[in-house]
Design a protein around this ligand. Structure first.
Ligand SMILES: NC(=O)c1ccc[n+]([C@@H]2O[C@H](COP(=O)([O-])OP(=O)(O)OC[C@H]3O[C@@H](n4cnc5c(N)ncnc54)[C@H](OP(=O)(O)O)[C@@H]3O)[C@@H](O)[C@H]2O)c1
Length: 374
């Protein structure tokens, strides 16, 4: 495992994302604790020491699981523990403190190594600032409750620039993968953070798993990189950036832990070959020519007001184009409609669009997806 040196603190370049842990009975709030523990222990055994969770993951069960896990295995002092303040829930400065207090209790600890203001966008940031979030950040750091303070981000580059310049952040977190280099903060945001000397954490390096199963043309290009899988080529991209402290991956199979820790062991920053750079560019062009909607299935839009499974519908729509699977997608849509809520029941309340980290036009997308799939 390679490590990033953060003022003398060794942070593993691969972090364990606890947003997509294995679950039981297909119920997102029922974490398969035994399996999840085995996976995290295996990753720690390979040198991983950064664990990322958040208040809202797994129906508010992720922090509780992580706290229990660290206590049970006596690992709290051996890992960098990270969680995020759900700023959208705060209506007063006091609320930020109450949430932190609840999170420390969930995680069974008296301090956090890294703490982020979660999923900032223009509106959520301005509201939080008006409530006094920056004073709160300053205060909890001074009191040692939090060692490093940062923010995770989902909005346009201009907003990223405003937020990163407003406070002396210790780190920040953006979504970045070889496909989405010009999306949200993107590679331009990465370069800005690097110039400002603010280390970055990268989320969704595999686009929520979609880059693990690329279209045939891309899969055959990967074959020329002997010994690497499509997932490994994808995770290599952010690992090769030198101002990236940690790349977070949600891993829910042992094979995934092995592949990803292997890459975090091998990849050196700033060492991409021309052949690898060409691969990323060509693969990007192929994807972009096929994708219908840039949904990463983060499920922030869920539950939908009328219970439409939005990520599922968009996945079927995209799959039809990405994998040349029109008939298969239509069949799967029929099966979905037998039990799931019909997208034609959308009441256009817009709640999903307000919270979507990708700012997708979900209402219009559902209409187009339905037209294609029906
Ligand atoms: N702050 C925020 O706003 C925010 C938003 C999103 C994410 N995050 C954080 O970032 C973390 C990472 O995001 P992510 O989970 O979306 O990361 P990701 O690595 O892009 O996607 C994870 C998924 O990729 C698949 N996968 C991982 N390694 C693989 C491998 N070697 N081979 C094949 N498939 C592999 C698995 O999919 P399958 O389930 O299909 O096997 C896994 O669930 C999250 O866990 C969370 O902690 C934060």
């Amino acid at each position: 495992m390679k490590y990033f040196d953060l003022n003398g603190k060794k942070v593993s370049r691969l972090g364990f994302g606890c947003m997509r842990l294995p679950v039981l009975d297909k119920d997102n709030s029922k974490i398969d604790k035994e399996k999840a523990s085995e996976l995290i222990l295996a990753a720690i055994d390979k040198g991983l020491n950064y664990i990322d969770t958040a208040y809202n993951y797994h129906g508010k069960m992720s922090e509780k699981f992580v706290g229990e896990f660290l206590e049970e295995h006596n690992l709290r002092d051996k890992v960098n523990l990270t969680t995020k303040n759900p700023v959208w829930l705060a209506e007063s400065k006091e609320d930020f403190y109450k949430l932190l207090e609840e999170q420390l209790a969930n995680l069974r600890t008296d301090h956090l190594d890294f703490y982020l203001l979660h999923s900032l966008s223009k509106d959520s940031f301005h509201k939080a600032v008006d409530l006094g979030v920056l004073d709160f950040a300053e205060d909890i750091k001074k009191r040692g409750l939090v060692k490093n303070i940062g923010f995770s981000f989902h909005d346009e580059y201009e907003v990223f620039e405003e937020i990163i310049k407003v406070y002396p952040w210790d780190f920040c977190q953006i979504q970045l993968n070889y496909l989405d280099i010009d999306y949200q903060a993107g590679i331009k945001g990465y370069e800005l953070a690097k110039r400002m000397g603010i280390p970055m954490v990268i989320m969704e390096p595999l686009k929520g798993g979609r880059l693990s199963n690329p279209p045939e043309e891309i899969a055959s290009m990967v074959d020329s990189f002997e010994g690497y899988s499509p997932s490994q080529m994808a995770i290599k991209f952010p690992l090769s950036l030198d101002n990236v402290m940690t790349v977070l991956s949600g891993m829910n199979e042992m094979g995934q832990v092995e592949e990803n820790t292997d890459m975090a062991d091998k990849v050196e920053a700033n060492k991409l070959s021309q052949e690898e750079k060409d691969f990323y560019k060509k693969a990007r062009d192929i994807y972009k020519s096929k994708e219908q909607i840039a949904c990463t299935a983060c499920e922030y839009c869920m539950p939908c007001t009328v219970d439409i499974n939005i990520p599922r519908v968009f996945a079927l729509w995209n799959n039809g184009f990405l994998y040349d699977e029109e008939e298969k997608s239509k069949e799967a849509y029929k099966t979905y409609l037998e039990k799931g809520v019909d997208p034609q029941s959308c009441i256009e309340c817009g709640k999903c669009e307000g919270i979507c980290p990708q700012s997708l036009e979900i209402i219009e997308g559902l209409k187009e997806a339905d037209q294609y799939l029906r």
